[in-house]
Write a protein that binds this ligand. Structure first.
Ligand code: F0G
Length: 464
C-alpha cells in the first residue's frame, strides 16, 4: 500500500526536498541545517488551515485511534503506528517494523508533588517501552524507513539507549546493525542489550561526541543508514507520546512538560507533536516544554543563560551517562521549541539527580538517572516561580530503572557520591537521603538475629 505524502524541510534555510533526496548525514548541503519532516498540515506549508477539507479531521482521528486499540493487527497494537495517519513516511506500510512500542503508562506521583507543593504531577513512563527507553518510539519509525528504502546496514552512535533500540528493531527487520559507544561510559544493562540483539558493538576510546564524528564520516563512505536523532524520521515516532498523553488526559492539555536534555532531539519531537495537534484542531492550546540538563553536560543551559545566545560545546561529565553529551546535534531545534512554547532550561547537580531518582523510586515507579533530572529540575522551576502550584505538570521519564542498576546500588550503599559532593548537600536534603537509602543488610541465617535487626530497623524508621 502506498501511503507516503511527506517532504523534508531544512530547519535553518527552509529548503524543501523529497524524502528520498536526503543525503547520508541528514544535513542540508547548502547550510548544514537539520531537517524536519513536513506534511500538508505542517505549519508554514500554505495548506495548514485546520478547516481545509483535505486535511485529516480531528474527530475522525480521535475515533480511529480509539478504535485501533481493540484491533489485533500488530500496527494497530503499536502505540506509535496507531497514530500513523499523522506520519505517512513509508512508501509501503508493510515495511513497518514494530515491537508493539508505545502505550506507556501515565503514573501520578502524589508524594513527589506534595514534597514540592504541587497539586498535580504525573510521569509519562517511556521506560516501559520494549527495550526500556523512549528510543523505541523513534526507532520503530526510522528503522522502518531504512527497510522501506532497501538498506541492509544501519548504524548509530549512542550513550546506550539508542543502540539498544536500534539493535532490537534491526534484528526484527533482519537488517544488520553497528553500534558505536564510548568505551566504559555506558551502563551495563544497555551494553548487554546491543549484544543480546545481535548488533556489531564497537566501543570507541572516546566520548559520545567522538563516536558521532567517526560515524558521520563513515556513512559518507559506505551505504549505511544513519539512525542517530539527526535522522528526522526518528522524531516522527518520538512525537507520538504527545498524542498518547492527550488521549490519556481525555484531551485536557497539561500546562507543562518537563524533558531531560542530551543530544536535544526529544524535546522538539514532542513539541512538534503538540503543534501538529493544535494545527489540526485536536487541541486548542499548547503546553510549555522545559528542558533539564545535568550540570556536567549543560551546553543548552549555558546557551539559555548567555545574553549573547552563543552555543559553546562542553566536555561532558555526569553519572547520568545517557545524557553525557557536550556537543548536542539538535540544540537549535530544542532552543526553538523552548522559545515557541515558552518553557525554560535548567541544570541540576549530581546530588540533586540522585535524590530525585530515589524519590521517584520510592513512589514505586523508578527510572534511570537521566530521567530523574526532570523531577530535580522541576523542584528548581517551582522555586524560581516558573511552575505555579496549580499547574498540571508531566515529567517525561525516558528510561527504565533497570537500565543502570549499578547507579541505584551505589546510591543505596552510600557509594555513589564523593565525600566532597556529600558535604555540599543541605541538611534538609541530607535527611531525605537518609530516609530514602535502603542498603541491603547481610545477616547470619538465625531468626533471633533477623528479628533483632527488624526491631532496630523499625525504631529507625519511626525517627525519620
Ligand atoms: N534520557 C535518556 C534515558 C536517554 O537515553 C537520552 C538520550 C536522553 C534522555 C536525552 O534525549 O538526546 O533527545 O535529548 N540518549 C541518546 C542515546 C543520546 O544514545 O541513547 P535527547
Amino acid at each position: 500500500m502506498k501511503v507516503a505524502t511527506h517532504h523534508l524541510r531544512c530547519t535553518e534555510c527552509g529548503a524543501v526536498i523529497t524524502g528520498s533526496a536526503v543525503n547520508s548525514i541528514f544535513r542540508c548541503p547548502d547550510c548544514n541545517g537539520l531537517y524536519d519532516v513536513i506534511y500538508p498540515w505542517s505549519p508554514g506549508t500554505g495548506s495548514s488551515d485546520a478547516n481545509n477539507s483535505n486535511l485529516p479531521n480531528a474527530s475522525a482521528l480521535r475515533w480511529l485511534w480509539q478504535e485501533r486499540r481493540t484491533s489485533t493487527l500488530p500496527l494497530d497494537q503499536s502505540g506509535v503506528w496507531r497514530f500513523r495517519d499523522l506520519f505517512p513516511i513509508l512508501e509501503n506500510l508493510d515495511n513497518a517494523v514494530t515491537l508493539r512500542e508505545g502505550n506507556t503508562p501515565l503514573y501520578d506521583l502524589p508524594r513527589c508533588a506534595k514534597a514540592i507543593g504541587l497539586n498535580w504531577l504525573t510521569a509519562k513512563h517511556q521506560g516501559m517501552n520494549p527495550t526500556g527507553s523512549f528510543k523505541d518510539t523513534g526507532m520503530t519509525a526510522a528503522l522502518s524507513v531504512a527497510a522501506d528504502r532497501g538498506f541492509e546496514w544501519v548504524a548509530c552512535a549512542s550513550t546506550g539507549n539508542t543502540s539498544a533500540a536500534m539493535a532490537a528493531y534491526a534484528a526484527r527487520a533482519g537488517l544488520r546493525s553497528i553500534v558505536f559507544i564510548p568505551e566504559g561510559k555506558i551502563a551495563w544493562g544497555k551494553l548487554s542489550q546491543s549484544m543480546d540483539y545481535g548488533a556489531l558493538t564497537i566501543q570507541l576510546k572516546t566520548d559520545f561526541d567522538g563516536c558521532v564524528r567517526i560515524l558521520t564520516d563513515l556513512v559518507t563512505r559506505f551505504p549505511i543508514y544513519l539512525l542517530n536523532s539527526v535522522n528526522p524520521y526518528r522524531l516522527e515516532g518520538q512525537k507520538t507520546p504527545a498524542f498518547e498523553i492527550l488521549e490519556q488526559l481525555d484531551w485536557q492539555v497539561p500546562d507543562h512538560i518537563i524533558v531531560p536534555g542530551g543530544n536535544l532531539a526529544n524535546s522538539s519531537a514532542l513539541g512538534k507533536g503538540f503543534i501538529e495537534m493544535q494545527r489540526l484542531g485536536l487541541i486548542q492550546r499548547l503546553p510549555k516544554i522545559s528542558i533539564i540538563q545535568a550540570e556536567g553536560a549543560n551546553p543548552l543551559y549555558r546557551w539559555f543563560m548567555d545574553s549573547n545566545r552563543i552555543m559553546r560545546p562542553v566536555t561532558a561529565d555526569t553519572r547520568a551517562t545517557a545524557i553525557r553529551i557536550g556537543n548536542p546535534a539538535s540544540w537549535r531545534k530544542a532552543a526553538n521549541i523552548i522559545d515557541r512554547l515558552g518553557g525554560w532550561c535548567e541544570q541540576v547537580s549530581e546530588q540533586e539527580i540522585a535524590l530525585a531518582k530515589a524519590q521517584i523510586g520510592a513512589e514505586g515507579v523508578g527510572c534511570e538517572p537521566a530521567s530523574a533530572v526532570t523531577f530535580a529540575g522541576l523542584k528548581k522551576l517551582v522555586a524560581l516561580g516558573k511552575v505555579a502550584p496549580e499547574e498540571r505538570v508531566v515529567l517525561i521519564l525516558t528510561g527504565h530503572t533497570l537500565k543502570d542498576s549499578q547507579y541505584t546500588i551505589d546510591y543505596h550503599r552510600g557509594e555513589l557520591l564523593t565525600e566532597a559532593e556529600n558535604a555540599q548537600i543541605s541538611a534538609s536534603d541530607q535527611a531525605l537521603h537518609t530516609a530514602l537509602r535502603k542498603p541491603p543488610i547481610v545477616l547470619e541465617p538465625d531468626s533471633d538475629v533477623v528479628l533483632h535487626a527488624l526491631e532496630s530497623h523499625m525504631k529507625l524508621a519511626q525517627t525519620v
